[in-house]
Ligand binder design. Structure first.
Ligand code: ADP
Length: 261
């Protein structure tokens, strides 16, 4: 099986990893750099019926640059709500969400969309590729919305496809690619704008085990190249690939496990 062709880190791994978070002996997480993502006592309450539903009940977490985190928890525990807020698709009812030093908790939709487009790359269970466009045309789409010129778009799309190991498939249509390759195109599309965080919601949920392993190997390689990855999954094997597993139950963050791999 050929592994993904992920570009080597620009700085040496030693430099990069030394700036990352570490556990201290008392179990606290600490880092020489500020967190990329910080939730401070975040609540999210939905009021649809007679009773309000508290989907998140005072969640406080930090994610540092370069971390690879998986979010696990039973159905209804608040994972999707957490991801929507983390991805700037929604805002907390109360509490603060600081993303890359900016408080985005109370932003209106227009500003939130700007932050989202600039800082977050999404990957979903369904690949959401446009069937009539080749791999690289799919990958360049976010750059069209961002107003990047044609030549630069093609260059960046090719670089992103190279990062996910698809250099030799750039002109293929989605239906000429395997499920794992289509998901790699979707990851390249998420990466092409160089987001701060890659947010993957059940990225292997639609894949057979071989393709799933393929996508996980690619995420691992992206992590080693310095990307920050937050992965939501209900599959223990998939969750275990991350550096840190964060568990949710009943809308609360109930703990984490380090070095799961
Ligand atoms: P998970 O992703 O872990 O399954 P969710 O975040 O989807 O959990 O849901 C957490 C709780 O919030 C559940 O009780 C769910 O029914 C409720 N919930 C989620 N979204 C909404 C919504 N838009 N309106 C009302 N209740 C919601």
């Amino acid at each position: 099986m050929s592994g993904p062709n992920v570009s080597p880190p620009v700085s040496s791994p030693g430099d990069r990893y030394s700036a990352r978070a570490e556990y201290s002996t008392n179990g606290q997480y600490s880092s020489p750099v500020p967190p990329l993502v910080e939730f401070q006592n975040v609540w999210k309450t939905y009021v649809t019926g007679a009773e309000p539903v508290h989907a998140l009940r005072g969640v406080s977490i930090k994610v540092f640059p370069g971390e690879y985190i998986s979010i696990v928890g039973p159905s209804g525990s608040g994972k999707s709500t957490f991801m929507h807020i983390l991805g700037c698709l929604d805002t907390p009812t109360s509490g603060r969400y600081i993303l890359a030093g900016t408080d985005v908790s109370q932003m209106d939709e227009e500003h939130l969309a700007e932050v989202r487009n600039r800082r977050i790359g999404f990957v979903f269970q369904q690949f959401h590729l446009l069937p009539k466009l080749s791999a690289w045309r799919n990958v360049e789409l976010p750059l069209i919305y961002a107003g990047v010129d044609r030549r630069q778009r093609k260059l960046l799309a090719m670089q992103a496809l190279d990062q996910v190991g698809l250099t030799n498939r750039v002109s293929h249509l989605p239906n000429q690619l395997s499920g794992g390759q289509q998901q790699r195109v979707a990851v390249a599309r998420a990466l092409v704008t160089q987001p701060d965080v890659l947010l993957a919601d059940e990225p292997t949920g639609n894949l057979d085990s071989r393709s799933s392993n393929d996508v996980m190997a690619m995420l691992d390689a992206l992590h080693r190249s310095g990307k920050t990855i937050v992965l939501i999954t209900h599959e223990p094997d998939v969750a275990a690939a991350a550096e840190r597993i964060m568990r949710f139950r009943d809308g609360r963050f109930v703990g984490q496990q380090q070095d799961a791999a």
